[in-house]
Design a protein around this ligand. Structure first.
Ligand code: FEO
Length: 353
């Protein structure tokens, strides 16, 4: 809520399930009149309470961009005459407080924008720089805790739009920012912490890391994962195996932010990939991480198309495919040798990261 000398503006609302909290906060602030509701993003966790706000504050106008206007009319059935549209870099004076609108498409929808409060140098960044994190303290007080929550948020929501974010970060360099107030998580009073984390995550640099999402039904795949992990570790490579029957899928997404290589490991079920591996590969493909190399290891009982299935599912990954190792039954000596050769191949590739 920003109160100028002449006008009052609310930046974004809440998910409909949180309307009561929003109303309580407005009561506490004794807000009886509202001129503007700035809408940075049309997704319902930000916009869902707009219809209620427009009903309660019949004088209020929505301030947003043209793309967002269309979405609000489509998703929330908001009437056109309640919406004022702004252009990129436009400003809106509230009287001693000036809002500047910065269009940042695709973080993570096409209409997303940020709002900058000039006099106080606060960037209301909406989803960008958000974290799945809530504490009673509104301000970031433990950067190490927030780092992982923000990285998870980036991995799960922002990573497919890495190249857009890169451009937006460049643009933000021209802005003096004292505070970043995202719509998810705590407020950053030292913005450089999250800005530098984002610069690292969106960069083209990858870590000397291999991630191995896997499922094993009768022990063959698990043994293969174990052998490959041991060999890679011996070569000084960080390895992160994820047993997909137990793993937190968000942890896998976080690992995808930095890793150079993914080795997908699956048994053969109903002639194809194990369903839990399908789910993880689908996610990895959709998140478009900056992986450089990929391979597949796994086993089968009598036949199947597990390898072909996985190959057809990773079209978004701009990776070089390294030698797969597919074993009939339990791994034997020649299979161990193939896994060692795969580890050699990965180590060779990682020399040039
Ligand atoms: Fe894209 Fe927080 O919603």
């Amino acid at each position: 809520m920003i109160k100028g000398q002449k006008k009052t503006a609310l930046i974004d609302t809440v998910d409909p399930t949180k309307e009561d909290d929003l109303l309580d906060n407005l009561d506490d602030l004794e807000i009886e009149h509202l001129d503007y509701i700035v809408v940075n993003h049309a997704e319902q966790d930000h916009s869902g309470a707009i219809p209620l706000m427009l009903e309660l504050y019949s004088e209020a106008k929505i301030v947003t961009n043209q793309k967002c206007k269309k979405m609000l009319m489509e998703h929330l059935l908001i009437k056109e005459d309640r919406i004022i549209t702004v252009n990129d870099n436009d400003t809106l004076s509230l009287g001693g407080k000036t809002l500047k609108f910065i269009f940042t498409p695709w973080v993570h929808w096409p209409e997303t924008m940020l709002t900058y409060l000039k006099e106080d140098k606060i960037l209301f960044s909406c989803d960008l720089f958000g974290a799945h994190f809530a504490e009673s303290n509104l301000w970031v007080d433990d950067e190490s805790k927030v780092y992982f929550a923000a990285k998870r948020y980036y991995a799960e929501i922002m990573m497919p739009f890495r190249n857009n974010i890169k451009k937006h970060l460049e643009r933000l360099k021209g802005l003096e920012i004292k505070t970043i107030a995202p719509s998810h998580g705590q407020i950053y009073s030292h913005p450089e912490f999250i800005l530098s984390a984002y610069r690292e995550w969106v960069s083209d640099e990858v870590e000397n890391e291999v991630i191995i999402p896997y499922v094993s039904m009768h022990g063959s795949v698990e043994e293969m994962v174990y052998i490959l992990t041991e060999e890679l570790m011996r070569k000084g490579i960080t390895v992160k195996p994820f047993n997909l029957t137990r793993t937190d899928i968000g942890a896998l997404a976080i690992a995808l932010v930095d890793a150079a290589t993914i080795v997908i490991a699956s048994p053969t079920v109903l002639t194809g990939v194990h369903p839990q591996v399908v789910s993880a590969v689908y996610l990895a493909n959709a998140l478009r991480p900056k992986l450089r190399y990929a391979s597949v290891i796994g086993s089968y009982g009598w036949g199947g198309k597990m390898l072909e299935n996985i190959s057809s599912m990773i079209g978004n990954l701009k990776v070089e495919i390294l030698s797969p190792v597919i074993v009939k039954g339990y791994p034997k000596e020649e299979d161990y040798n193939s896994l060692i050769r795969l580890a050699d191949e990965i180590a060779e590739k990682h020399k040039n990261l």
